[in-house]
Design a protein around this ligand. Structure first.
Ligand code: THG
Length: 375
């Protein structure tokens, strides 16, 4: 399938970047791609998302998540710029730590929700979701005259996710990797190079992400893990829609956009109330905090035949009144019910609230609101 066109009919060009692992992913028969940060993200491998889901919960998978591009910020003003970009209080952050940080604009609207890695006091990576943070950061730095260098380095994360990830990686990179705590990272050696390994990833099944420095090593890193992974039942995978929704992991561009604030998308815990902290959008978020939010992120459980992956948002109603929309939804084979993520209006957001989900004008399903994550 290494031609100019994927199976889904997506027309390839240089603007849709390949990753250091794309060759491997194609060799494994990937069944389609999405595009994130102008780069290919595998969408499915096994015959169904459901098979991938059960496998992820029991074994180990190798995910090409190179689309989680790094925006590197270094220099004397790096810490100041990163803090200015986020309402999360970063003053206590330590080298070796990963932090999930909302980035907001001057109106409090979500710019992105990256994982921040603190490499040194004056050196950070923002491991971004799907928006052009590089340009935002460069514009801010230039306008404010910050002494920083900002770039997208040759770094491509490869995720090893699932309950057997730790045993597999300990065999390859040493027992020390077992001591990496959740959302911390350490340096490992691979073919004479130093590589960053974090205990993190876009699933709730445990696992690690290796931030590969040097795309030319991509094939070798993939093959090394793949070969050792045979004994662990490894398969190629990708962020799994069922598992992600069940786990309440949000996707920028799907669950929220620049039209939403972190307070409304369930990211209020990552917004500081400290009066002596300054960041872009602070007045807007403070105003909203005072007023109180009028919607918040919730789960929706709904009845009827299994629903396939939601592509176009599904209206959520109560007594005919629209109170939200499901932005990601699918059938959960474990809960044996359809599940979805939606921001829900305040008067209706209590767990247990009965709702209607509109699959189409003719197909109305009964459902109820629940807290995240789905249990
Ligand atoms: N890994 C890396 N980069 C990423 C993602 C990732 N960039 C884009 C996207 N995913 C960002 N979104 C999330 C959302 C949630 C989490 C990670 C990335 C996550 N959060 C922890 C939780 O909810 O338990 C809490 C983190 C904290 O306390 O700071 O795992 O997957 N590299």
């Amino acid at each position: 399938m290494n031609d100019r066109k994927t199976g889904s009919g997506l027309n390839m060009s240089r603007r849709i970047r390949r990753s250091p692992f794309t060759d491997r992913v194609e060799r494994h028969g990937v069944r389609g791609f999405s595009v994130v940060n102008h780069m290919l993200l595998p969408k499915a491998f096994a015959p169904s998302v459901e098979e991938d889901y059960w496998h992820l919960r029991q074994h180990v998978q190798l995910w090409d998540v190179s689309t989680q591009r790094q925006v590197e910020i270094k220099g004397p003003d790096a810490a100041r710029l990163v803090q200015w970009m986020s309402p999360r209080d970063l003053r206590g952050a330590k080298v070796g730590q990963c932090l999930y940080v909302p980035l907001v604009d001057e109106q409090g609207g979500m710019i992105n929700d990256p994982v921040l890695l603190k490499l040194a006091d004056d050196h950070y990576w923002l491991s971004i979701a799907d928006s052009d943070v590089l340009l935002w950061a460069k514009g801010l730095a230039l306008g404010a005259n910050f002494k920083v260098e900002i770039d997208e380095p040759d770094v491509s994360p490869l995720a090893v996710q699932g309950p057997k990830a730790e045993d597999l990686l300990a065999e390859l990179f040493g027992e020390e990797i077992r001591n990496i705590e959740f959302f911390k990272f350490k340096w490992i050696e691979f073919q004479g190079t130093q590589q960053l390994m974090a205990r993190s990833g876009f699933s709730r099944q445990g696992g690690f992400e290796i931030y590969l420095r040097g795309g030319h090593l991509g094939g070798a890193l993939w093959d090394t893990i793949w070969n050792a992974g045979q004994a662990f039942d490894i398969t190629p995978g990708c962020p799994n829609l069922i598992e992600r929704i069940e786990g309440g992991l949000l996707s920028y561009g799907n669950e929220f956009t620049r039209a939403d604030t972190p307070l409304e998308c369930g990211l209020g815990n990552y917004c500081s109330h400290a009066s002596d902290l300054d960041y872009i959008g602070k007045p807007a978020l403070e105003r909203l905090q005072e007023q109180g939010i009028s919607r918040d992120m919730r789960g929706v459980l709904f009845d009827g035949p299994p629903c396939s992956a939601v592509g176009v948002p599904l209206p959520v109603k109560s007594g005919g009144l629209q109170i939200g929309q499901i932005t990601s939804g699918i059938w959960s084979p474990r809960l044996r019910r359809n599940i979805g993520l939606s921001m829900i209006d305040r008067d209706f957001w209590a767990a247990g609230q009965k709702v209607e989900v509109m699959m189409s004008k003719e197909d109305e399903r009964t459902g109820e609101i629940c807290l995240l994550p789905f249990s």
